[in-house]
Design a protein around this ligand. Structure first.
Ligand SMILES: NC(=O)C1=CN([C@@H]2O[C@H](COP(=O)(O)OP(=O)(O)OC[C@H]3O[C@@H](n4cnc5c(N)ncnc54)[C@H](OP(=O)(O)O)[C@@H]3O)[C@@H](O)[C@H]2O)C=CC1
Ligand SMILES: C[C@H](O)[C@@H]1OC(=O)[C@H](O)[C@@H]1O
Length: 255
């Protein structure tokens, strides 16, 4: 057999920040590939909307209405939902940005971005790994950014947190490989979501983005979700510690 399974039939995935944008696309792609999904975000109505979308695929969906910075509460809720069943895939997707010049960054901005993008992602990944270890298998996927690999004008603190996720992915992969856990990251370039809506309304900014993008277009959410399905499936069982940049070629374009 040379075609490993991309099928997620019967698997359970947890996706943080899964009611909009990239997280919702990943959650729906997982459901389409056969997985049941635990959705996490701060807005109950949006959680219930995406829950219905997942159930329309004939899959089970569970909701946890919480900020990822309340990661202890989230883990309690996940444990209540899963009981004695495994978590197969954990996607640390929730993230935020406060875009300011390095010389203007305040401590409050630092704390808010670092808490969500880095601290919550680490402790949620740690909790996922502790549970996956008991089943000697699991896939942890961290959503970084090309902004964690090259310098972008979208904020140094955000960039630092996204770069930290790339390194966290490598260290967790190194330590958790013996438990059969794969840890990888995805580094998106620009995708049209509510996080980037304002930026992408600026025609000059979009032109600047495209001038650095060999495929000369923004990404489509389904193109990113496909990478998440691959990394959540058996097809990626021998891949760990890697960051896959879904970027239209931007990170290799050294013009
Ligand atoms: N869009 C892009 O071009 C790129 C995005 N990324 C990264 O991808 C990830 C998703 O981004 P994107 O889809 O654009 O973002 P959106 O803002 O469009 O969606 C974010 C999702 O996460 C939820 N969320 C936001 N903050 C929190 C929080 N503190 N706790 C729990 N849930 C939260 C939101 O729901 P609610 O507000 O109701 O909680 C929503 O479901 C982020 O980590 C971002 O850094 C990386 C590179 C490019
Ligand atoms: C590509 C970047 O990550 C992009 O820049 C921003 O300011 C947004 O936060 C996106 O994540």
């Amino acid at each position: 057999m040379y075609l490993p399974s991309f099928n997620l039939e019967g698997k359970l995935a947890v996706v943080t920040g899964s009611t909009k944008g990239i997280g919702r696309a990943i959650a729906l792609a997982y459901a389409e590939a056969g997985a049941n999904v635990i959705l996490i975000s701060r807005t109950e109505t949006e959680l219930l909307r995406v829950k219905s979308e997942i159930e329309a695929y004939g899959r089970k969906a569970y909701t946890i209405c919480s900020d990822v910075k309340d990661y202890s509460y989230i883990i309690e809720q996940v444990d209540f939902i899963i009981g004695q069943t495994p978590i197969d895939i954990w996607v640390n997707n929730a993230g935020m940005n406060i875009r300011s010049e390095a010389l203007d960054v305040t401590e409050d901005e630092w704390d808010r971005i670092v808490d969500i993008n880095m601290k919550s992602s680490f402790f949620l990944a740690q909790a996922a790994a502790k549970r996956m270890k008991n089943y000697k298998q699991g896939k942890i996927i961290n959503i970084s950014s090309v902004g964690g690999h090259v310098a972008l004008p979208t904020g140094v603190v955000y960039a630092m947190t996204k770069s930290a996720l790339i390194q966290m992915t490598k260290n967790l992969a190194m330590e958790c490989g013996k438990y059969g856990i794969n840890v990888n990251a995805i580094g998106p370039w620009y995708f049209p979501t509510s996080l980037t809506e304002k930026l992408l309304e600026d025609k000059q900014y979009v032109s600047d983005i495209l001038s650095r993008t060999p495929l000369n277009r923004l990404g489509k959410l389904e193109e990113l979700a496909g990478t998440a399905v691959f990394l959540g499936s058996e097809a990626s069982n021998y891949i760990t510690g890697q960051t896959i940049f879904v970027d239209g070629g931007m990170t290799i374009y050294g013009f």
